[in-house]
Design a protein around this ligand. Structure first.
Ligand SMILES: NC(=O)C1=CN([C@@H]2O[C@H](COP(=O)(O)OP(=O)(O)OC[C@H]3O[C@@H](n4cnc5c(N)ncnc54)[C@H](OP(=O)(O)O)[C@@H]3O)[C@@H](O)[C@H]2O)C=CC1
Ligand SMILES: O=C1O[C@H](COP(=O)(O)O)[C@@H](O)[C@H](O)[C@H]1O
Length: 513
């Protein structure tokens, strides 16, 4: 199924899932727990198998023990009883394989056919590459040359970011994949698109009569997308030092969220119609024409040594596998414009950073203020209405309106209408990877990025990267545990705005009042 959105709630047909990189971090923390959750919820029935692949030797029993340990540590469901575990675990096998050797793929074919017979699976094959992107091309070719794509069912490739380093390398990678798979067989993961509240943006916008008529430059003053993280680069210093915040977060997650906010209503709720509208937004992004424009609109920073909740934290340059004189940005804020009819003149402010005081992802839509002085006198300044979509880790929707101050003569106070989804449903909502693996298996590509989206996002990001090349004049250091460079605040002050909520809070999560 490529065109229509598949609304199937159970994977009735069954499939073999191949986890390339089965001994790695992503498989352990996200993929195995996601598969278990799907099974526990009945979305995967008994007609599935999982084959873990990596170079390290493992017996099937050792592999199943690894999978169990990962579920015990990271899954939102606990394994209930040994019989249940045995029933689930028998679907897992391991094959040691170096992706560079085609012989291993021929053996994999034999193993696959045996599992397909055992579990009554009609030849559907989902190849999940939890591998470094340099290996994607080789795996694809060897899947073809080893006969793995000769099947009566479907074959799909799921790949992780980063999708290239810039537009040129992304094009090359895409050509390698496309020499084996068709575009509609390729599922490019952006895990933010699997998040509950990111998917909710469409519903909020298109299912509520009171948002869509105001959703334009006549009524919206600005949009803010903030993704702040308390963590540093952890053990990913080698990768991150090449990527930085621009490639790690902006090229994918931030621009994807921006497209969800800014896109036109799709003609139908079909994957290609939705993706058509998203790519139009990416193509409408105003390109910075030179280094001056980049420095006027983009702030980059890097964390220095600092403190968070009384704990001393090292600077970025002291992190493992990071170049001690690195200029890589760990913080980025930018003023972005979507130059189309709906959004002309509305700034979209985006910011992301590591080692900030709070872990939170939020989208704030700030509406234009009412002309208060007409009826209140100029001494009253009304606060603007806000719509806040709280994505992560708290999920919810906050709407701020103005109301009469109780008991006071003529007083006006901002009131909060705060829907805390996490408080009502708890953290037991499906994780992004659960949704995305399930969507890929049922052939729904809505929340995966199409090649033209990836290319348009790189074209935007490349201009910034090029302007930064060979100079670090504008790189601002900020203490770990702070809200990043002051220049990011000035970016908004220049336009008469400020970041919401006002910075400086130290709580576990941002508090909206
Ligand atoms: N970890 C995360 O949270 C996220 C990761 N990603 C992306 O996902 C991908 C995987 O990340 P992650 O799991 O962290 O990486 P790891 O380094 O932890 O794992 C890499 C895996 O690749 C296997 N591997 C390496 N070379 C070969 C080879 N020649 N043949 C077969 N297997 C090989 C390794 O196993 P062995 O050594 O046994 O061969 C290992 O299982 C990367 O592209 C990363 O950027 C994206 C978002 C989040
Ligand atoms: O893709 C990435 O995302 C994480 C943040 O994801 P979240 O779901 O925890 O908000 C980020 O830490 C990482 O650097 C980046 O590669």
């Amino acid at each position: 199924m490529t065109e229509m959105q598949n609304q199937e709630t159970v994977l009735s047909e069954g499939a073999v899932f191949y986890i390339f990189g089965a001994t790695g971090d992503l498989a352990r923390r996200k993929l195995f727990p996601a598969i278990y959750s799907l099974y526990r919820e009945g979305k995967l029935t008994e007609n599935f198998a999982v084959i873990g692949l990596a170079r390290r030797p493992r017996t099937n029993d050792e592999f199943r023990a690894d999978v169990r340990a990962s579920i015990d540590e990271f899954c939102r469901y606990q394994v209930q009883a040994d019989e249940d575990w045995g029933q689930f675990a028998k679907h897992f096998e391991y094959k040691p394989l170096d992706i560079n050797h085609v012989d291993g793929f021929r053996e994999l074919k034999i193993q696959t056919e045996s599992l397909e017979r055992e579990f009554n699976i009609p030849g559907n094959r989902l190849f999940y590459l939890a591998l470094a992107p340099e290996l994607f091309g080789g795996v694809s070719r060897n899947l073809r040359d080893g006969g793995m794509l000769e099947t009566e069912g479907w074959s799909r490739l799921v790949i992780e970011k980063p999708f290239g380093y810039d537009l040129k390398s992304a094009e090359k990678l895409n050509e390698e994949l496309r020499s084996v798979f068709k575009e509609d067989q390729i599922y490019r993961i952006d895990h933010y698109l699997g998040k509950e509240m990111v998917q909710n943006i469409e519903v909020l916008r298109f299912a509520n009569a009171f948002f869509e008529p105001l959703w334009n430059n006549k009524h919206i003053a600005n949009v803010q997308i903030s993704m702040s993280e308390t963590v540093g680069v952890e053990e990913r210093g080698g990768y991150y030092d090449q990527a930085g915040a621009l490639r790690d977060m902006v090229q994918n997650h931030m621009l994807q969220m921006l497209t969800m906010i800014a896109m036109e209503p799709p003609s139908r709720l079909h994957p290609e119609d939705i993706r058509d509208e998203k790519v139009k937004v990416l193509r409408s992004l105003r390109q910075y024409m030179n280094a001056d424009e980049v420095s006027n609109h983009v702030v980059r920073g890097q964390y220095a040594a600092g403190q968070h909740r009384g704990k001393d934290l090292p600077g970025y340059r002291e992190e493992e596998k990071v170049n001690p004189v690195s200029d890589t940005e760990t913080y980025l804020a930018a003023r972005v414009f979507v130059d189309n009819f709906r959004w002309a003149g509305v700034p979209f402010y985006i910011r992301t950073g590591k080692r900030l005081p709070v872990k939170t992802t939020e989208v704030v839509v700030e509406f234009k203020s009412m002309p208060s002085n007409v009826y209140l006198g100029s001494k009253h300044k009304l606060e603007p209405n806000l719509l806040v979509i709280r994505v992560n880790p708290m999920e919810g929707i906050y709407v701020r309106i103005n109301g009469k101050t109780p008991g006071a003569e003529g007083g006006i106070t901002p009131l909060a209408m705060d829907f805390c989804q996490s408080c009502m449903i708890g953290i037991n909502t499906p994780e992004a990877y659960e949704r995305l693996i399930f969507d890929a298996a049922r052939g729904d590509s809505t929340y995966f990025t199409r090649w033209d989206e990836v290319a348009a996002a790189w074209a935007f990001v490349d201009r910034i990267a090029e302007a930064w090349q060979g100079t670090n004049d504008d790189l601002q250091m900020y203490p770990a545990g702070s809200w990043g460079p002051e220049a990011a605040d000035q970016l908004l002050q220049q336009d008469g705005f400020h970041w919401w909520p006002v910075n400086g809070q130290e709580e576990d999560t941002v508090i909206w009042k």
